[in-house]
Design a protein around this ligand. Structure first.
Ligand SMILES: [Mg+2]
Length: 201
């Protein structure tokens, strides 16, 4: 099964920076799905693509909200996704701060590597979709193709300053997913054509 790794804040929901008290989603009322995000998840599910969410939530270790609260927000998010016929196989969070020096906090690829191993994913055939440099760095370090979306924290000007550039850039998750699905469709059509040619010989 093809797997798509997706960052949460700024890709699935409106980035909490600048308008929430602690710059984190600390309660579900601050979780706003971005336009097209639920449609994108439904399309991925319909096309049998596995979705794994990969998100830094250091606000837990900083004491802005509890792990229990984070789990409640996740449950409500997943219920809404399910209601819209989407599916998320696993939601992976790193709740550590920079100074904790863990292996999971993006830009480190720890969460991605663990999921790649667990679900037997072929990295070069999968994508990491995110709105920040840390997503692109982590995805790149894990051997994934990287997609930067402009629906979150960063614009093109910011991106130009990054150490590593994304492989692809799209307006938002829905645009990225449509492109992935088109690419898959073309690949499938090519394989059918090859098969027909083989039979003729
Ligand atoms: Mg983000």
């Amino acid at each position: 099964m093809k797997t798509i790794f997706i960052d949460r804040d700024g890709v699935i929901n409106k980035d909490p920076g600048g308008w929430t008290k602690h710059e984190y989603v600390t309660e579900f009322k601050d979780f706003h799905f971005l336009p097209g995000a639920l449609d994108a998840l439904r399309l991925l599910n319909r096309n049998r693509m596995q979705v794994i969410m990969i998100s830094n939530q250091a606000g837990v270790s900083k004491g802005h909200f509890t792990k229990k609260r984070l789990d409640e927000i996740t449950a409500m998010m997943l219920a809404e996704i399910k209601k819209n016929h989407g599916k998320v196989t696993e939601v992976c969070y790193c709740i550590h701060r920079n100074e904790d020096n863990c292996n999971c906090r993006k830009p480190k690829p720890g969460m991605l590597e663990a999921a790649i191993k667990k679900y037997n994913v072929t990295p070069r055939e999968s994508h990491m979709i995110g709105d920040s440099e840390v997503d692109i760095l982590a995805g790149n370090a894990a051997g994934l193709s990287t997609i930067f979306v402009l629906s979150g924290k960063n614009d093109m000007e910011e991106m130009k300053k990054w150490k590593i550039k994304p492989d692809y850039i799209f307006k938002d998750l829905l645009e990225a997913v449509n492109w992935i699905l088109l690419k898959e469709k073309r690949k499938f059509e090519r394989s059918i054509r090859r098969e027909k040619k083989g039979k003729k010989r």
